[in-house]
Ligand binder design. Structure first.
Ligand code: SF4
Length: 327
């Protein structure tokens, strides 16, 4: 495994009040060498917090993060920024315009992590390396002297990706990497990411609300709801045979293969509060169209959801007697 996350938890105290927001609650998953894992869920489900914890921009409240077998979760985020492991976990941000320093040319942006964290051999051939990764990312050399405002959105994101791969990372965390781009550019950048993964053998943690994109680029999918993973499994299995009512609702909004419509599942009811949620109630209860009495008194945990192949979901329907569900 390149990344092994165990019982990861992050709580934020409520400002001026009692209690805490349970942003990430007991999240466990792993990413293999060269594997691409998608993380999906609606806004506020905890995806971004998982990203900040895994990339060590934030410290967990509890749980462990092992990267290449080392317990990096135990290193405070401020200190992690100066370790060699920093270069081996890199991130591509959602909005390239926001993530690039307006005072840096494309060349300086790509060179920056090498100047700060690169080994002496890499720094000695910095110019060649910048041109090499720019070329890998389809960025013409004549653009390297330009500042972010002189580049298009797609070119800015190519600079962001080149910066992220400059140090030869083993894990690339991609946080909605195309959502701020024009539709016409999105496909080009997605193909670039698929190509780079194949050529460089990196692992991806790919965060997106766009399920079609996740399906295209990932081997395995994690579905999050209100701080917890509610379903995980091989992408083809989760997309074809979703086992959790929330995943089914998410997928019902996506056109089926061939572009035909699915029957849309509309969720009603208010999401439960993330502040000190009850440990004995399913987090999806209240919005779940299939909830029943047990869901109000027992939190479901992940369990096998199908015929093996590492497919799990957290829902009592998986062991409820047929006909016991009420809507
Ligand atoms: Fe719905 Fe109950 Fe399953 Fe929760 S445990 S997802 S409320 S059916």
């Amino acid at each position: 495994m390149i990344l092994d996350v165990r019982a990861l938890t992050r709580r934020f105290p409520v400002r001026g009040g009692h209690g805490a927001v349970h942003a990430v609650d007991d999240v466990t998953f792993a990413i293999g060498h060269g594997e691409s894992v998608g993380l999906v869920g609606e806004s506020g489900c905890g995806k971004s917090t998982v990203v900040r914890l895994v990339t060590r921009l934030d410290d967990p409240t509890d749980g462990r993060i092992f990267f290449e077998g080392h317990d990096v979760g135990a290193i405070p985020a401020k200190r992690f920024a100066r370790t060699a492991a920093r270069g081996r976990i890199q991130m591509v941000f959602q909005d390239p315009a926001d993530s690039l320093n307006p005072r840096f040319t494309a060349f300086d942006t790509i060179a920056d992590p090498m100047r700060r964290l690169g080994e002496s051999a890499m720094r000695a051939r910095l110019r060649d390396r910048v041109h090499e990764v720019a070329d890998l990312c389809g960025l013409p050399a004549e653009l390297l002297g330009r500042y972010p405002h002189q580049l298009s959105g797609g070119q800015q994101q190519r600079v962001g990706i080149a910066r992220a791969i400059a140090l030869e990372p083993r894990l690339l965390v991609l946080d909605e990497p195309t959502s701020a781009l024009d539709v016409s550019v999105q496909a080009v950048i997605l193909h670039l990411l698929a190509d780079l993964r194949q050529r460089l053998g990196m692992s991806y943690l790919f965060v997106s609300h766009d399920l079609n994109v996740v399906r295209m680029l990932t081997d395995r999918v994690l579905v999050m709801y209100l701080g917890r993973i509610v379903e995980q499994g091989p992408a083809d299995v989760v997309f074809e045979q979703p086992a959790h009512p929330y995943t089914r609702a998410l997928l019902s909004a996506v056109p089926a293969d061939g572009g035909g419509p699915r029957s849309r599942i509309c969720l009603t009811g208010e999401p439960r509060s993330p502040i000190d949620p009850s440990p004995t109630v399913c987090r999806f209860h209240g919005r779940c169209p299939e909830g029943f009495e047990r869901c109000e008194r027992e939190m479901p945990v992940l369990r096998a959801a199908g015929a093996g192949r590492d497919h799990e979901a957290a829902c009592h329907l998986l062991d409820a007697p047929v006909g016991s569900a009420v809507s």
